[in-house]
Design a protein around this ligand. Structure first.
Ligand code: ZN
Ligand code: ZN
Length: 235
């Protein structure tokens, strides 16, 4: 409720802005909004538009387990700060802002999609009180009318922080950490799933979730997040 009483502020730096879901000019200019031209599979920005449906070198060498990845912005100081604010302040208004910018990447695919947030382990939910990915997924659901499955995917064990781990170590750290909730297979079977998260870094978490969802019968899995790491060496 407080969100309505206070003047809208820049999600990046807290400066007062004229309207909700607006960044101040300095923060806005520092953000890299992602879009075409990009790898059709993982959304990695291409410097020049080429042929349609082109894949980046990384996807050609090793196709990711999800069918599509899209992010609103590149990972940067400002986009990271916004994600951390949502993670540790839990202001639902911030989730609305992220959803506002992620909305244009909700692709029109075959059939009705089901939004599924990347789950937190229940210990983390108890200590923090909420799952930031679930807040974003719920905000996207309100804006798109797509259903959200908050309890479909579960984290069966707390995983260590992945920061500082190598690619292989990250994959091992999250292996077997996700399960489809009991009785949820029926809701997933043949379904187009949009997996929602705040930040995409190495892809280890999203990949583990996508594999779990597909094994449980999902027809396709698209990953949608607020910010993604764009590595120079990948382009
Ligand atoms: Zn700002
Ligand atoms: Zn790619």
């Amino acid at each position: 409720m407080l969100d309505f009483a206070l003047p809208p502020r820049c999600p990046g730096c807290g400066a007062i802005t004229g309207e909700p879901h607006r960044f101040c000019l300095a923060c806005w200019r520092s953000l890299t909004f992602l879009g075409e031209p990009c790898c059709v599979r993982c959304g990695l920005p291409f410097e020049y538009g080429g042929e349609d449906e082109a894949w980046c070198a990384g996807c050609l060498a090793e196709p990711p387990p999800f069918d599509r990845l899209r992010a609103a912005v590149a990972y940067s100081d400002v986009s990271r700060r916004v994600a951390l604010k949502l993670k540790y302040s839990g202001r639902p208004g911030l989730a609305e802002t992220l959803a506002h910018f992620m909305l244009r990447h909700v692709g029109a695919g075959e059939g009705d999609a089901l939004l599924v947030p990347v789950p937190l382990h229940r210990w983390r939910i108890w200590s923090r009180g909420y799952n930031q990915a679930a807040l974003i997924a719920s905000a996207l659901s309100r804006r798109t009318g797509l259903p959200v499955g908050l309890d479909l995917l579960r984290r069966t064990r707390a995983t260590p922080p992945l920061r500082g781990l190598g690619r292989r170590e990250r994959a091992l750290a999250v292996r077997g950490a996700f399960r489809v909730g009991p009785g949820s297979r029926g809701r997933l079977a043949g379904r187009r799933i949009i997996l929602v998260d705040d930040v995409y870094t190495s892809g280890a978490t999203a990949s583990a979730c996508a594999r779990t969802l597909k094994r449980a019968g999902a027809a396709s899995v698209e990953t949608l997040c607020w910010a993604r790491v764009v590595r120079v060496e990948d382009s």
